[in-house]
Design a protein around this ligand. Structure first.
Ligand SMILES: [Zn+2]
Length: 327
């Protein structure tokens, strides 16, 4: 039985996790951001900014643990996450893994697919990060993040699913996923399980973007956890209205899956590269995309819609604790 989760500062027991946001980003940068010149990354300034956001969520809402879902190719900086954790006292779990093919950095491992043994190398890379640490930092990752494309799982993405399942089977590390446009979640679960991962060690993510109840039930019927982890974002990049998601959460809880539902925002404190430029409508759609919306607005609303207080609360406490630390 695994009794702890690996954070960037060490191992943490289940009863220390407290309120947990299970899919967030302290930093996120689309591959290529490193060349942007108008807003280079400044460590101290970013640290101040991240600490302010996390301390606010901690003080007002009791946030105690963050799963940082930033994959290796999208600006993951485990030493920075460690500094943020030390500054705030909030537990942060870092991810191994690469983003889905369309928005990640597939060039290296696609080259290795042609001129190497990409499957074995991806497995070795993730296993090393989980058991020894990232690069020479000595900081270990505590989850593996995998992602797949809209309507398909590419050959490249499948190598990461295979590697993640293999490392999970060997070490017990948990797997969280990115689904694109609400598709392929049930297929992700099916493949990860067939490749050796335990269903209770998997969280299929971004279910917010799926309105197909048949597909949602096909995911939960496999025994995995499901992340409604983009709460607070609607309209923007095709995200569905929040009302749809809340109805799905209540419906799934009523269908017997209350203990498998996990809530988060997928919000980003600092987008790496130059500042976003977006419309007034986008600003309105993103008004609640922050680090407190789940606690302040979503949990009360779910109770008004019929969930018992402890059922709603479990989606940010007991359920993530069981997923990340349980059997
Ligand atoms: Zn994310």
């Amino acid at each position: 039985m695994r009794t702890y989760v690996q954070t960037v500062t060490g191992s943490v027991r289940a009863d220390e996790l407290g309120r947990c946001l299970s899919h967030q980003h302290v930093l996120f940068g689309y591959p290529g951001w490193e060349g942007a010149v108008l807003a280079p990354f400044r460590w101290e300034e970013a640290l101040e900014q991240a600490a302010a956001v996390l301390n606010d969520a901690k003080q007002r809402c009791g946030l105690q643990t963050v799963i940082d879902a930033t994959p290796a190719d999208c600006g993951r900086k485990v030493d920075f996450l460690k500094a943020v954790s030390e500054r705030t006292g909030i537990h942060i779990v870092a991810s191994s893994g690469y983003y889905y093919e369309g928005e990640g950095a597939p060039a290296y491992f696609k080259f290795r697919m042609a001129y190497g043994n990409a499957e074995e190398e991806i497995y070795q890379m993730m296993r090393r990060e989980v058991t020894e640490g990232v690069g020479d930092t000595g900081i270990r990752t505590g989850v593996i993040k995998v992602g797949t494309s809209a309507g398909k799982i590419t050959e490249y993405e499948d190598l990461f699913l295979r590697g993640a399942a293999r490392v999970s089977a060997e070490t017990g590390v948990r797997i969280i996923t990115h689904t694109q446009a609400g598709t392929m979640g049930s297929e992700q679960a099916r493949r990860l399980i067939s490749y050796g991962a335990k269903p209770e060690h998997i969280m299929i993510g971004h279910l917010n973007n799926c309105t197909d109840m048949d597909e949602l039930l096909k995911i939960f019927e496999q025994g995995v956890y499901g992340g409604f982890d983009r709460l607070g974002i609607q309209g923007f990049t095709g995200a569905l209205p929040e009302s749809r998601r809340l109805a799905e959460i209540v419906g799934l809880a009523g269908s017997g899956y209350a203990d498998k539902l996990i809530l988060s925002h997928d919000s980003i404190i600092r987008m790496l590269g130059d500042p976003w430029i977006y419309s007034e409508q986008d600003a309105k759609d993103l008004a609640h995309w922050n680090w407190t919306h789940v606690f302040e607005d979503v949990l009360p609303r779910l109770q008004e819609m019929g969930l018992r207080p402890e059922q709603a609360e479990a989606m940010v406490t007991d359920n993530p604790q069981r997923l990340f630390v349980g059997e």
